[in-house]
Design a protein around this ligand. Sequence first.
Ligand SMILES: [Zn+2]
Length: 243
Amino acid sequence: MTEQLSPMPEDWQRALAVVAHPDDLEYGAAAAIAAWTDAGKEVSYLLATRGEAGIDGIHPSKAAPLREREQIASAAVVGVTTVEFLDYRDGVIEYGLPVRRNIAAAIRRHRPELVITLNHRDTFHGGFWNTPDHKAVGRATLDAATDAGNRWIFPELVDQGLEPWNGVRWVAVAASPQPTHAVDATPGYERAVRSLLEHRAYIEGLTDEDPETYVRSFLDETLSANAPRFGGRLAVTFELFPR
Ligand SMILES: [Zn+2]
């Protein structure tokens, strides 16, 4: 028998989603975020880069502000109004102390109970190789959830007025090849479609297909992939790490 996915915890109020690129949250997770903001929860986004290396036909100097605008618009569709950027260069983020420190600082500022990130593992479902940025930011976010609570790991943050926040109870990893939990994607589905469609310049650079056809077929496939493990419902899946 296929092991069932557990429902995601709902007894929290504030979440911070930390990902490498504009669009990382819109390829599925946004359906869960829409349901959470509907329920009155606060979700903020922190993007490590502006995704400026993501469109072959547009120079990074033009792509960066364009993709920043698209990200802010796509967040607003699912009820997220706080979107911050860390100014890393797209494609060459290195896992290490600086990125851990920057994410720990953001966790201290936002004081979330739930931290969300994107797949930190080497591969996606199906064996597709993950990108260096996703792995670096995902791993650094998992580590920073603990760093944020420890006064002595980055003492310079305390000097900047950022007191430790040890209140992160879970880190939820979206698009992991080893999901453990899920959120019903049905209530947020249409907003997830519109949210991903806000990345129009990116999608038009990616495919000649009609953008809405592309978005719906991608989300249908992704969100139905784990339905047999979630009572037949469309599922946004997460690998959940409790703390
Ligand atoms: Zn990405």
